[in-house]
Write a protein that binds this ligand. Structure first.
Ligand code: NAD
Ligand code: MG
Length: 389
């Protein structure tokens, strides 16, 4: 019997990918890196291949793959370089792969994550967008193929830790914490002036650009509400968003006997990553112990839907059904991309999403093709709004 777990990291060059490699480097005897994947950053992938020597490296971008392949030849590396989006699915399904870290950003993660589910892998899910898009279809793929889904998003990982071992016995509510991002207390009349640089400067977490903007609009929390509904099979009216600016408590579960269980820790994604890798055991993550005396205080506030309209849009979309949550995610990806390129104002992000939602018919897609068609249609609607305004 092999004693090392084989792992594929989808999105290894990103913030979660790099943190995953950091945790793995502390447990070289327990894990073998089978594949690393990225979109186009060949330099960073080259460095990761030389350091971690995966069997496969996937670059979705063909030119980047060629560049990586040539650079690796010069270093007499044995890593096999693959290219194209289909290769992401292939390296998620390999027999020697036990775990798949799903850390691609956005809708691009959907097909490889589904492939991992169909192959019965343990999926460490960071890519919340794929679950928001595919909901029941993804959960069914997990259950029907004997796959295991462990949440890596810090809030969902915390909830998972605070939930009963099986079922939801006695659970009253999920208390989903949010830092409130960089603009929680900024003058609401000046939100339209926000620049990408200001939006990606998160007070507590270091993350990729897209999720940082999502945190600033609180769409991230909206996506997380939907993510929690699917992961924990719970209605959205039993999820309370709680602003907690220190990000020390990562979320809570309240019970019908008056108990509230919380998971606390420093805001460092290596903790949930290590939990997902080691589960049901605990392994060292490299994260410093929490210093409660330095933390000193824990504050809580209600979320303000006027300041953060994206949060309301997410709750409404979840109520409306699958087409709406796909539209919400697709339009958000387009709007955030345009904002980062300085083509859209910060305060127009919810306007674009609302427009795409208005153009969406009710209902829930039942196949992956229907999901992709709705995704494509909503991206078009978002782009049309931007052309016309
Ligand atoms: P990031 O932007 O730092 O990294 C994204 C990774 O995805 C990169 O490796 C990139 O090469 C790859 N990628 C991008 N577009 C791709 C495409 N079209 N095809 C294939 N690969 C592509 O993002 P991140 O901050 O690491 O976030 C990754 C995911 O994890 C997101 O879904 C995010 O919401 C979630 N997440 C992140 C954090 C965090 O702390 N960073 C916390 C919770 C959840
Ligand atoms: Mg989170």
């Amino acid at each position: 019997m092999k004693n090392k777990k084989g792992i594929t990291i989808l999105g290894s060059t990103g913030s979660i990918g790099v943190s995953t490699l950091d945790v793995l480097s502390r447990h070289k005897d327990s894990y073998e890196i089978i594949a690393l994947t990225a979109n186009s950053n060949a330099e960073k992938m080259l460095q990761q291949c030389l350091q971690y020597q995966p069997l496969y490296a996937v670059m979705v971008d063909e030119q980047a793959a060629e560049k990586l392949s040539n650079a690796l030849k010069n270093k007499t590396s044995e890593t096999i370089v693959l290219s194209g989006a289909k290769s992401l699915e292939n390296v998620s399904q390999l027999e020697q792969v036990d775990f798949v870290m799903a850390a691609i950003v956005g809708a691009a993660g959907l097909l490889p994550n589904l492939a991992a589910a169909k192959a019965g892998k343990r999926i460490l899910l960071a890519n919340k967008e794929s679950l928001v898009m595919s909901g029941k279809l993804f959960m069914d793929a997990i259950h029907n193929n004997g796959a295991t889904l462990l949440p890596i998003d810090s809030e969902h990982n915390a909830i998972f830790q605070c939930m009963p071992i099986s079922g939801q016995q006695g659970v009253q509510q999920i208390l989903l914490t949010a830092s409130g991002g960089p603009f929680r207390t900024r003058d609401i009349n000046s939100l339209h002036e926000i620049t990408p640089e200001q939006a990606i400067a998160h007070p507590n977490w270091e993350m990729g650009k897209k999720i940082s903007v999502d945190s600033a609009t609180m769409m991230n929390k909206g996506l997380e509400v939907i993510e929690a509904c699917w992961l924990f099979d719970i209605a959205s009216d039993r999820i309370q968003v709680v602003i907690h600016p220190q990000s020390t408590i990562h979320s809570m579960v309240s019970y019908n006997d008056g108990s509230v269980l919380a998971q606390l820790g420093n805001p460092d994604m290596r903790t949930p990553i290590a939990y997902g890798l080691g589960w049901p055991e605990r392994i060292n993550s490299g994260v410093k112990p929490l210093d409660l005396f330095k933390t000193a205080r824990l504050d809580f506030e209600k979320a303000d839907f006027n300041r953060f309209p994206c949060l309301r849009l997410a709750f409404d979309a979840h109520q409306a059904g699958g087409n709406a949550t796909i539209a919400l995610n697709a339009a958000n990806e387009i709007a955030v991309g345009a904002f980062l390129n300085k083509q859209l104002r910060f305060t127009d992000i919810p306007t674009v999403i609302e427009h795409a939602l208005e153009k969406t018919t009710s209902g829930t897609p039942e196949t992956i093709d229907e999901i992709l068609i709705q995704d494509n249609e909503s991206r078009k609607q978002a782009k049309l709004w931007m052309l016309e305004h």
